[in-house]
Design a protein around this ligand. Structure first.
Ligand code: PMP
Length: 380
C-alpha cells in the first residue's frame, strides 16, 4: 500500500511549484540583497516581491514583515523582543496553557528572570474566553500572547475580541498563527493584533523560513545583532531562495484555501463515518464549531496510543499523538491535559489526523479502514 501521510499539522510536503522556484533561485540568484551592484539588486528585487506577497496575504504593509527562520524564531522575537522593549512599563505577561512550546518555553524562561506570567486555563474544547484576558489584565501587563489556532486539536481562539479589548491597553498583542495561516483568512487589522507569527513549512513551503508581522511603529528589541538586514530588526543575510519559495507557497495557499477547506470537511466526515460503520468507539477532542479545517483529533477509548501509532506506521499511515512537537515524544499532551485534567484516559488514547496536499477521498477511506482494523485487533 502507498503510504498515507496524515500529519500535515506537523509539517507538509513541499509543493512541486515551490521546489521548482526554490531550485531556480538557488541556481540563478546568488547575490546578497544588501549589495548595491546588479547581483545584489536582483536578489533584493526577488526579496521585495516576496515580502509584498506575504504582506498582502494578511493585509499588512511590506515594512511590517520580518523574515525569520520559522515559527519558533518569530514567536521568540515577539516575546523576548517585546518584553525587552517594554521593560520599564511592567513585568506581566498573559498567555494560555495550550500554546506551542515556542511560546510556553520563552515564557518559562522569562519567569526565571522575574517576570510574572498568567497561563489562562481552557475549557474542555480548548477554548479561552476574551473575558479571561480582561480579568487577568493589570497595569503591569506588557504582552498578551494567544495562539490563533491550536496545532493539536484545532481550536480557534477569540483573537478579534481580545484585540478589541486590548485596544486601549498598553499591552502588546501577539498571536501565533503558525498553524492557521494558509488555511483560514487572516487580516491583522480586523484581528487587532500587533504581532503575528507564521511558518512556511506548514503550507507546503520550505523548512527554516517564516515571518513575524510587526505593526508599524511598534518597537521590539532584536534577538540577533549584526548587519542591518530586515530593517535593523533581525540581522543576517536573508534566506532568499527559501523566502521566494515561501511566497510561492503563499500564493498557492490563497488560491486553494476555500477548496481545501471543503475537502478537509469531507475527509473528516469520511473518517468518522468509517469508524461508526466499523463499530469503532471514538470521541472528538475539541468539539467547537469554529476550528481549523485540517485537524481532527479523536480519542479511541480502550486503545493504547503507543501500540496504535506503531501499528499505523507499519501499515504506512502517518499520524500523530499528543505533543507532536517534542521530538519522538509520547509524553502526554499538555493541550489535552489542560482540556481534560491529567487523569483523563484521553491523554493516552488520542490521535491527531491532519490533512493536506496529496490526499483524496480514496486515501482517507483507506486510512480509516486500516485504522479501524488495527483498533479492532488491539482492543480484542
Ligand atoms: N507554533 C505552532 C502553533 C506550531 O504548530 C509550530 C510548528 N509545530 C511552531 C510554532 C513552530 O514553528 P517552526 O517549526 O517553523 O519553528
Amino acid at each position: 500500500m502507498k503510504p498515507i501521510y496524515l500529519d500535515h499539522a506537523a509539517t507538509t510536503p513541499v509543493h512541486p511549484a515551490v521546489s521548482a522556484t526554490y531550485i531556480k533561485l538557488l541556481e540563478s540568484v546568488f547575490g546578497n540583497p544588501s549589495s548595491i551592484h546588479s547581483f545584489g539588486r536582483e536578489a533584493r528585487k526577488w526579496l521585495d516581491d516576496a515580502r509584498k506577497i506575504v504582506a498582502q496575504s494578511i493585509q499588512a504593509e511590506s515594512s511590517e514583515i520580518i523574515f525569520t527562520s520559522g515559527g519558533t524564531e518569530a514567536d521568540n522575537i515577539a516575546i523576548f523582543g517585546t518584553v525587552a522593549a517594554m521593560k520599564n512599563r511592567g513585568n506581566h505577561i498573559i498567555t494560555t496553557t495550550i500554546e506551542h512550546h515556542a511560546v510556553l518555553n520563552p515564557c518559562k524562561q522569562l519567569e526565571s528572570q522575574g517576570y510574572e506570567v498568567t497561563y489562562l486555563p481552557v475549557n474542555e474544547n480548548g477554548e479561552i474566553r476574551a473575558e479571561q484576558v480582561k480579568d487577568a489584565l493589570t497595569d503591569k501587563t506588557i504582552l498578551v500572547s494567544i495562539m490563533y489556532g491550536n496545532n493539536e486539536v484545532g481550536t480557534i481562539q477569540p483573537i478579534r475580541e481580545i484585540g478589541q479589548l486590548l485596544q486601549n491597553h498598553q499591552a502588546i498583542f501577539h498571536t501565533d498563527a503558525v498553524q492557521a495561516y494558509g488555511l483560514v483568512k487572516l487580516d491583522v487589522n480586523d484581528l487587532g493584533v500587533d504581532l503575528l507569527s507564521v511558518s512556511a513549512h506548514k503550507l507546503n513551503g520550505p523548512k527554516g523560513v517564516g515571518f513575524l508581522y510587526q505593526r508599524k511603529g511598534l518597537n521590539t528589541s532584536p534577538l540577533l545583532f549584526g548587519g542591518e538586514q530586515e530593517r535593523k530588526r533581525r540581522a543576517g543575510t536573508e534566506n532568499v531562495p527559501g523566502i521566494v519559495a515561501f511566497a510561492e507557497a503563499v500564493t498557492l495557499a490563497q488560491q486553494t484555501m476555500q477548496e481545501n477547506s471543503v475537502n478537509y470537511e469531507k475527509y473528516a466526515t469520511i473518517l468518522t463515518e468509517t469508524f461508526t460503520k466499523q463499530a469503532i468507539a471514538y470521541e472528538v477532542n475539541a468539539k467547537s464549531e469554529d476550528k481549523l479545517p485540517h485537524i481532527v483529533n479523536l480519542s479511541f477509548p480502550g486503545t493504547d496510543i503507543e501500540s496504535l501509532l506503531v501499528n499505523l506506521d507499519m501499515a504506512g499511515i502517518a499520524v500523530s499523538s499528543g505533543s507532536a512537537c517534542t521530538a519522538g515524544s509520547l509524553d502526554p499532551s499538555h493541550v489535552l491535559t489542560a482540556m481534560y485534567g491529567e487523569d483523563s484516559p484521553k491523554l493516552r488514547n488520542s490521535v491527531r489526523f491532519s490533512f493536506g496536499l496529496g490526499l483524496d477521498e480514496i486515501s482517507i477511506k483507506e486510512a480509516a479502514e486500516q485504522t479501524a482494523a488495527i483498533i479492532k485487533r488491539l482492543v480484542k
